[in-house]
Write a new protein. Structure first.
Length: 318
């Protein structure tokens, strides 16, 4: 049995607000989610203290720095950082259209995972809109390499992630997560995986003005003797690390501006590799086709999707 795909676009049914601290800035920030019409996409509004508003569409062409997180925008004065956990939740829950008002320069880290965003979206509810959703279907492999790291898209009759990491610390070592991405699989197997870091890097990051909001409340911290500092331990025994890397990949690939049908594989990847692989796919029109459901109904199978002639469909370049 194949995985069902949504045939129609969606938005949230009700507005809601979340508050928390930015993991890098250490400052308090709030985010308000507003329903949006079909075709809006995921749009961020950075709300400045002087009343100005910077609009940033969550698409590949607007991705700036990817060193420690994924940032939209190219200037610290107008950008929004650490969007990946939120974007992963929206993607997995099938939310196509929403306006997100942000009072600071960074999305709050919450507990370091996507779980708080998932819970809030479920409480708000989802509204189906009467407009067909379009997908990007991978039709030939696209691969990028950087040293001993690589990422690739390959054709697949579903949406699948195969992510492998390899760290020198024995606590992590080699780990992999392979699976079909659905709302249920994301919620149960990936959403609660937290961001992680090493105690030995803390002073360097603080000196650079980063990780100022990081704590045991929102990060898994690995000590100098390769143990988990958090008293509660790991949420996913042994492999929370690769699950979080997969969560990050889901959020980064959401910046296509449309969901994809295919398999994404990566080895020792991260935000930068995810962004580069996505751009490589989207820059090769022979590697994908735009598809939609043949009729207006809420659920369809991947094999039922039909290619559409949509030369104007390039939400990633907005």
């Amino acid at each position: 049995m194949g995985v069902d795909f949504l045939g129609l676009q969606t938005t949230i049914a009700n507005s809601f607000t979340l508050e928390g601290v930015g993991v890098h800035s250490g400052t308090e920030v709030s985010v308000t989610f507003l329903p949006a019409e079909a075709g809006t996409g995921i749009v961020f509004h950075r709300m400045h203290e002087n009343g100005d508003v910077t609009e940033l569409k969550a698409v590949s062409s607007q991705v700036g720095n990817t060193d420690l997180c994924t940032m939209l925008g190219f200037s610290p004065a107008t950008s929004i950082a650490t969007i990946e956990h939120l974007m992963a939740a929206l993607y997995a829950m099938g939310i196509d259209n929403v306006v997100i008002q942000v009072t600071g320069a960074e999305i709050p880290v919450m507990d370091g995972s996507s779980a708080p965003f998932i819970e809030a979206i479920e409480l708000a509810g989802t509204q189906t809109l009467g407009v067909k959703r379009r997908y990007i279907r991978v039709i030939k492999p696209v691969r990028i390499e950087a040293g001993n790291c690589w990422s690739e898209f390959v054709p697949h009759d579903g949406t699948r992630f195969e992510v492998e990491i390899d760290f020198s610390t024995p606590l992590i070592g080699k780990q992999s997560w392979n699976g079909e991405l659905t709302a249920a699989s994301f919620k149960g197997e990936l959403s609660r995986a937290r961001t992680f870091g090493f105690m030995r890097d803390v002073e360097r990051l603080w000196a650079a003005g980063l990780a100022l909001g990081s704590s045991l409340e929102n990060s898994v911290v690995i000590s100098d003797n390769d143990t988990v500092v958090n008293p509660e331990g790991l949420r996913y025994k042994g492999d929370e690390f690769v699950r979080h890397k997969t969560l990050d990949a889901v959020g980064d690939l959401a910046l296509a501006g449309a969901q994809f049908i295919g398999c994404y594989r990566s080895y020792r990847g991260g935000h930068k590799m995810n962004a580069l692989a996505l751009k490589a796919l989207l820059q090769d029109p022979s590697a994908y086709e735009v598809v939609e459901a043949p009729v207006s109904r809420q659920r369809v199978r991947a094999f039922e999707m039909i290619a559409v002639n949509a030369p104007e469909f390039a939400p990633w370049s907005a």
